[in-house]
Design a protein around this ligand. Sequence first.
Ligand SMILES: [Mg+2]
Length: 261
Amino acid sequence: MSWADAIDILVVDLDGVVWIGGKAIEANVRALRKLQEHVKIYYVTNNSTKSRPEYALKLRSLGLDAWESNVITSGRAATLWLKKFTKARNVYLIGEEGLIWELEVEGYNIVDRGSKAEAVVVGLDRKLTYQKLAEALEALLKGAYFIATNPDNILPEEGSPIPGAGAIIAALETASERKPDVIAGKPNPWIVTSTLGNIDYSRVAVVGDRVDTDVELALRIGAKPILTLTGVTRNLDEETLKRLREAKTVIVKDLEELLAR
Ligand SMILES: [Mg+2]
């Protein structure tokens, strides 16, 4: 594991790395239990459906050292953006419990009508309705901030993938003819820098299963990209492979293969 000497921090993705569709990816979990003895691990997910304490609890149940302080979600990053760059207090939300928790813990008021909102926050919502889209649109047309958690078009599941937050954001973009003011999650460096601050990112490695979010994030913050083929990315076409090699991406079948290097 000589590569680990050059690394202080591992930024590890959740969906497609630690678990898939809620089921642990055993080889990766075993590897992470060993890796946590050598490097500091931050678990960073674009999935906003759960809160940091919930993810931490789930990770600890797998024997992984995870607390609210070393778990980051796109919901947390979206909330920190709202806090830093706006004075909005009333938020219309498309999202699930985890996103509500992240906003409320920072004192935001979740409103039930778009007309009352100064900001619209959009994340994955598996109970999305046409009414919610209509309320969000009303707020957006009146000039509310348009804050999106993450661009993921799909989410890996054990069978077929399910539509991700990106698909919901696209619906609102089309209707409002606006682009989000921010997409807080990966590959936006903000998801990492808003919590880790100004550190030496050349001593950070980002582990993930997606090229367009995880590898891209690594490149944007100047960290080392590690791609594990346990999630969304299973096959790589020649062109992508060439691009990944140029970016010095470490590509592994799973994280146990990484341990062997
Ligand atoms: Mg993933």
